[in-house]
Design a protein around this ligand. Structure first.
Ligand SMILES: CCCCC/C=C/C(=O)SCCNC(=O)CCNC(=O)[C@H](O)C(C)(C)COP(=O)(O)OP(=O)(O)OC[C@H]1O[C@@H](n2cnc3c(N)ncnc32)[C@H](O)[C@@H]1OP(=O)(O)O
Length: 394
């Protein structure tokens, strides 16, 4: 019920504007387009095209498609209004009902138009999609560059505080795999804008697959395990340049980096209990080792936010720099590191890290399995709903 509520809140957030988009232009289109009518064949083609869309068009578009489809095939909404707790069906009913007495032919035409615009917009944004060698511009959520012996992977959703959406998880894995094979000596992860990263994108929780929330949680655990695994196995020196606040998984992963340089503006926050969740990124193992069990519990269980200075004192951060000179000082240092013999660095990292690898993979698997259960809990669902409905922030 909580997840249905969540989907409904999202639909509700989008619906006020989307209903205007549905009802107002639909009527206009009807007036302007008496001569342009989509045939039944066009309509059927559009229905098939929807199934072939390479990307999920999002809940707002799906609600519009649903409403137009129902209007085109059954006419005005004559179903009883779903009960107040039947949240998803109520959002669908609202969308359909908002079409009023729009004629079937117009709804059919609008459906065809909508599918056509979705196909072209999603098609064009997926031209840079998977498969071949991605260059910097081939990423949607990252900027990846390679120069002076350094591959820099920059999280690039500054307007969302570099929250990690599903695409970003995949792109980071792709970029790390490419960096492990390229001719750079070291690899750097950093953030664009004022944040390093605000952690997992909480809207990841809203896209529920046909198998429901259980399938969603299972897929999330698989993705997380693979994602963290890439950091455990990364063979070259991996350095975090923490340009601003870091939250959640962007903090826990730092225990798997080989050096962490932070601006004095950065903070380190893992509010897992607040979110009804539990630690990941192997932090249940690395943090107690790095900073003592008691300090790790303050962070991972009680959600204590550390300043950069405190994180450095606890051993999570290697060195802190004043924000005004941060970029200059850090990159000068990194360029010097990148001139060291790459094979020697690789082999030294291997000998330091390898004996822990098996343990880290086991910890990762266990953390993912615990989180899978947490994502289905009321505590977690309520926390996500509260954030998405703007009732809470960290
Ligand atoms: C599948 C793998 C799962 C791995 C498990 C990982 C767990 C974690 O990482 S737990 C940590 C999750 N992160 C959070 O709970 C942070 C939530 N965000 C916030 O509390 C705040 O946004 C803030 C403190 C990070 C920043 O606050 P403020 O400076 O006031 O900026 P805004 O809130 O206005 O943010 C701007 C814009 O960005 C969106 N946004 C920021 N962080 C997230 C996020 N984590 N998920 C989704 N969206 C995020 C925010 O909603 C704003 O969007 P618009 O309103 O559309 O402008």
């Amino acid at each position: 019920v909580a997840m249905a509520y969540l989907a409904w809140r999202l639909a509700q957030r989008w619906c006020p504007s989307s209903l205007q988009v549905i009802s107002f232009p639909v009527v206009q289109l009807h007036l302007n387009r008496t001569a342009m009518r989509a045939s039944q064949k066009d309509f059927e083609n559009a229905m098939n095209q929807v199934k072939l869309l390479k990307k999920d068009p999002g809940n707002e578009a799906k609600l519009k498609l649903y409403a137009l489809y129902k209007q085109a095939t059954e006419g005005p909404c004559n179903m009883p209004k779903p009960g107040v707790f039947d949240l998803i069906n109520k959002a669908k009913w609202d969308a359909w009902n908002a079409l009023g007495s729009l004629p079937k032919e117009t709804a059919r035409q609008n459906y065809v138009d909508l599918v056509s615009s979705l196909s072209s917009s999603l098609e064009s944004s997926s031209q840079v999609e998977p498969g071949t060698d991605r260059k910097s511009t081939g990423y949607e959520t990252l900027m990846v560059t390679s120069e002076d012996g350094i591959t820099k992977i920059m999280l690039n959703r500054p307007t969302k505080k570099n929250a990690l959406n599903v695409e970003m998880y995949h792109e980071i894995m792709h970029a790390l795999k490419a960096a492990s094979k390229d001719d750079s000596a070291i690899t750097v992860l950093t953030g664009n804008g004022d944040y390093y990263s605000s952690g997992n994108d909480l809207t990841n929780f809203t896209d529920i697959p046909p198998g429901g929330v259980e399938e969603k949680a299972k897929n999330g655990a698989i993705l997380l395990r693979e994602f963290v695994g890439c950091f455990i196995d990364f063979p070259k020196p991996l350095i975090a340049v923490v340009n601003g606040p870091a939250v959640g998984i962007s903090v826990t992963l730092l225990g798997l980096f080989d050096a962490v340089y932070a601006s004095d503006r950065a903070t380190f926050h893992t509010p897992f209990s607040h979110l009804g969740q539990s630690p990941e990124g192997c932090s249940s193992y690395t943090f107690p080792k790095i900073m003592s069990p008691a300090k790790a519990i303050e962070m991972l269980v009680f959600g204590k936010k550390l300043t950069a200075g405190e994180a450095c004192a606890q051993g999570l951060v290697t060195e802190v720099f004043p924000d005004s000179t941060f970029q200059k000082e850090v990159w000068t240092r990194l360029k010097a590191f990148a001139k060291l013999p790459p094979n020697a660095m690789r082999i030294s990292k291997e000998i330091i890290r390898n004996r822990e690898k098996e343990k880290l993979h086991a910890v990762n698997a266990e953390e993912c399995s615990v989180l899978q259960g947490r994502w289905l809990s009321d505590e977690c669902m309520n926390a996500v709903v509260n954030f998405l409905s703007r009732k809470s922030k960290l």
